[in-house]
Design a binder for this molecule. Structure first.
Ligand SMILES: Nc1ncnc2c1ncn2[C@@H]1O[C@H](COP(=O)(O)OP(=O)(O)OP(=O)(O)O)[C@@H](O)[C@H]1O
Length: 253
């Protein structure tokens, strides 16, 4: 379970996250949606114990992230927006390194690596330097490395970026499996169709504020809109702007 209470993050005079409160229950997939710069990555980084909030609290599986970020890191898997990998290692070496840092038994690690590598179809890259691999392949390596210690909590920042349709499907199936295992999953995405498919609940962030929360159906009801895209555009006040921009473009062409 992830409990976020009155979370605020300021960068100098600017406010990135503004008094946000929400909960992700066991066995729940929670989608964080919002326009560029709305505060999604900042929120996820705070939950993962990567950066500290200005105020507020985050409790992950009963552990206060501010008081014991290492304990939270042990039970969670975090996939950053941009993969952070060792360019001069091969995936084989990198997974072995992650396994030793995480204290995963050798045969358990071997089995998990084999299954995940097969699932994402990257067997042929296992002995190539990470620095030479494509963006999508690096994203798969980042995902796999976050799953190797079988975390109870998953924090995924646009983790589907760059995945081909087959891997995106594998990833979706994995999410459903994790949900069935009672893991708590929070992820940010701009792919509304994905959010609609997998999220139990969605939190919509705009200018650092959580402006709406609920199931897709509840959000449609709240905004009196038929699609999640229209809900998104209406609640983030972009719907009229899009219409104006389209007209300006039409006139210019
Ligand atoms: N290290 C930083 N220093 C200063 N400002 C920052 C820093 N990190 C983020 N911000 C600002 O905080 C705000 C929220 O950024 P954040 O990356 O959380 O947004 P986001 O919703 O994840 O955006 P995107 O969808 O584009 O990834 C933005 O205005 C951003 O410029």
């Amino acid at each position: 379970m992830i409990e976020v209470e009155r979370l605020t993050k300021r960068y100098g005079g600017a406010i990135a996250v503004n008094d946000i409160t929400f909960t992700v229950n066991d066995g729940e997939i929670y989608g964080l949606l919002g326009p560029n710069g709305s505060g999604k990555s900042t929120t996820l980084k705070i939950i993962a114990g990567i950066i500290k909030p200005t105020s507020g609290r985050v409790i992950v599986e009963g552990i206060d992230v501010l008081k014991d970020p290492m304990a939270v890191k042990r039970i969670s898997g975090y996939v950053p927006e941009t993969p952070v990998l060792y360019e001069s290692l091969t995936p084989t070496e990198f997974f072995s390194f992650v396994g030793s840092v995480r204290g995963i038994e050798e045969d358990v690690l071997e089995d998990r690596v084999r299954r995940l590598v097969e699932a994402f179809g990257i067997e042929k890259y296992m002995n190539q330097l990470i620095g030479t691999l494509s963006f999508g392949t690096r994203q798969k390596i980042s995902l796999i490395s976050a799953l190797l210690h079988d975390p109870k909590v998953l924090i995924l920042d646009e983790a589907m970026n760059g995945l081909d349709p087959k891997s995106a499907r594998v990833f979706r199936e994995l999410l459903m499996e994790f949900k069935a295992e009672s893991k708590s999953i929070i992820f940010s995405t701009h792919v509304l169709a994905l959010a609609e498919l997998v999220c139990d609940r969605i939190g919509l962030i705009h200018n650092g504020k959580l402006i709406a929360e609920g199931t897709v159906e509840e959000l449609k009801e709240l905004a009196k809109e038929e699609s999640l895209e229209d809900v998104f555009l209406k609640l983030t006040e972009a719907k009229d702007e899009v219409a104006i921009l389209v007209n300006v473009l039409k006139e210019a062409l």
